[in-house]
Design a protein. Sequence first.
Length: 268
Amino acid sequence: MTLRKAESQSISTRARPSQYPLTPTTKAGATDYFRYTFKTRKALYYMVGPLLSTTFDIMWNVKYIGRERVPRRNVIFMPNHISHLDGFLVGKGFFPRRKIHALADEKLFKHPLSSWFLSNLNAFPVRKGAKQIHVVKYAIELVKRGKDLLWFPEGQRHKQPWMRTLNPGRLGAGWIAHATRAPIVPVFIDGAEVAMPVGKMPTKGPGFRKIKITVEYGRPVPLDDYYDLPQGKEASQLIVNRIMEAIEEMRPAYHYKEREQLMLEQLR
């Protein structure tokens, strides 16, 4: 058995707490029991995808920019993170042509039904704020097998997106980019924080299609000058910094006065 085959089998088996020891303050969650297989599910994807896409178009005014900038296959989408809608919005832009594997907060996998649903949409869990090497290795192997990946470099949603800032980039994003050398496509999502604010349910706002959501795909981030560096924290930090800069450069220049007011009202 080759080393790569052995590693692949070890990742695809069901993880147990004994394999990934928990700290005294950490409870077992979806990432400890989820079956990390490399299978791209299609049946439910093709059934639910049109329904979700139509629902989004009815609820909100969604606009896509820059889809022609994205390479045809085997890319890593790295968007800003402001809402639980973000992953669906990025994937919607290429449905049904691309079946993107995406990470999601393990809390969304807590219920068996939601876990089954998200798994069949090619999502996999990650524990927010934890260093889960097996999840990073799984993401790397997905890309090496030719899959498209969606990875949030901030690591978590921005709690105050109206502040017009990004959370610091996490090292995992840089590590994945360095290990795979796949095209990194920066994505900027604008408006999802109003359609579904942090801690709130989705809303149509003042009316159907009144909330404007823009998803812009950028050109792949140039990283060739970092690939010769030895893989480690230094290289990962340099890479993720450049990725975050690319995302920030795509931030719309207009002001958010009306949007900020609507969002603040929703949070009261």
